[in-house]
Design a protein around this ligand. Sequence first.
Ligand SMILES: [Zn+2]
Length: 260
Amino acid sequence: MILAVLALCVFIFYLPLKHRKKTIVESLPLPDSYKTILLADVLFYRNLSDEKKLEFETRMMHFLATTRITGIKTEVEETDKVYIAASAIIPIFGFPHWEYINLHEVLLYPDSFNHKFEQSGEGRNVLGMVGDGALNNVMVLSKHEVRQGFINKTGKENTAIHEFVHLVDKTDGSTDGVPSFFVDKQYVLPWVQQIHKEIKRIFDNKSDINPYGTTNEAEFFAVVSEYFFERPDLLKSKHPELYELLTKIFHQQPDMRNKK
Ligand SMILES: [Zn+2]
């Protein structure tokens, strides 16, 4: 009996502590140079109200204070820090207290790499990756790709957002295209049905969604989330049902009209 009470106490006290660990860190205010980069290149941020911009900045700085970004044969510049932190906050912005407890470090490679993280030789087609096994809690990104996602202002693709969406998806224990912590139960079935309907449309050449989304449900979720955050208005007009479900999943309406 005593043991059971003790176990319960450990459970009650240890669990919230573990989840709170990251919040103790003091974050610095956003440097002006970061703001200049955000205003120039991050459309999502530009479309926020002044109040929301401030919230976004605080959460970005908190992310940077609690997550190490390490350059592997490349320098981590201010631009990279801003782009990576913005990509981290964009998918979770609708959840004010959400933190990436499953991420400690981002490794930045200069360009693409293969599945063994080699930067030369065959099969260097990996642009971003959420680590597993020994690399649990680590994300690997290609500097070139991270930058492309923000330099290209009309694209529907953004590798860093893609990887952070995988991380959100992975938080419930399975990377399966259904982020259980985000999706209310009532939307799970419609969401899974929508995934399969749209994957079929991609196979039939009737969709403008990146065909990489047909790989599996997790890749579909990551790919369509890039589209949702990069070109919300276009997604809303071309795929209204998908757009609506994504607003329910992410608790956000990133199309411009709703931000004013
Ligand atoms: Zn992926």
